[in-house]
Design a protein. Structure first.
Length: 167
């Protein structure tokens, strides 16, 4: 029985299929939790589940990214932005940063995407969640990050909403 949808990722083709899956699934999660699709923040995260998978994907970072250009020291700028076209009603997106996450027993998901709302809309949404945690959305429980986390047992991805972009 295969426990994870894509892991272990062992080729660039599998990696790009995972990218497309994460994009479409996080958009569906976003629409279900927030009621509409949101623009992404430009970041795409792959969650590794095996040490050898992490070593392989980490070795691909030199080929796919510019390691001297990073956001928060872990999101590396892609040499070529990843553009995913419109799929059914899911909007297209351009991703400019990639993060390969080390294996973590608490993260069985395929990956995550960050979305962005205007500071005003973000503040209203966050205040509404502070009063009552949503079934599919919560204030991310870390004081050093101001994010809302979107989650659902029906999805094997996570999504986050921020109030500002990364640039």
């Amino acid at each position: 029985m295969k426990l994870y949808r894509f892991s272990p990722i062992e080729s660039e083709e599998q990696l790009f299929k995972a990218f497309e899956y994460i994009h479409s699934s996080t958009q569906k999660l976003c629409k279900g939790a927030y009621g509409e699709y949101l623009p992404n923040r430009g970041t795409l995260v792959i969650f590794c589940h095996y040490d050898n998978e992490y070593k392989y994907l980490d070795s691909l970072l030199d080929k796919l990214t510019n390691k001297e250009d990073s956001f928060n020291g872990k999101y590396y700028r892609l040499k070529e932005p990843l553009v995913i076209p419109v799929q059914d009603d899911i909007p297209s997106a351009t991703y400019t940063y990639l993060y390969i996450r080390k294996p973590d027993p608490w993260r069985s998901q395929v990956g995550d995407v960050d979305f962005v709302l205007s500071p005003e809309k973000y503040k209203v949404l966050k205040q509404s969640l502070s009063e009552k945690e949503g079934e599919k959305m919560r204030v991310f429980p870390r004081d050093d990050l101001d994010l809302l986390e979107l989650h659902s047992p029906d999805f094997d991805v996570l999504a986050y909403i921020a109030s500002k972009g990364i640039n």
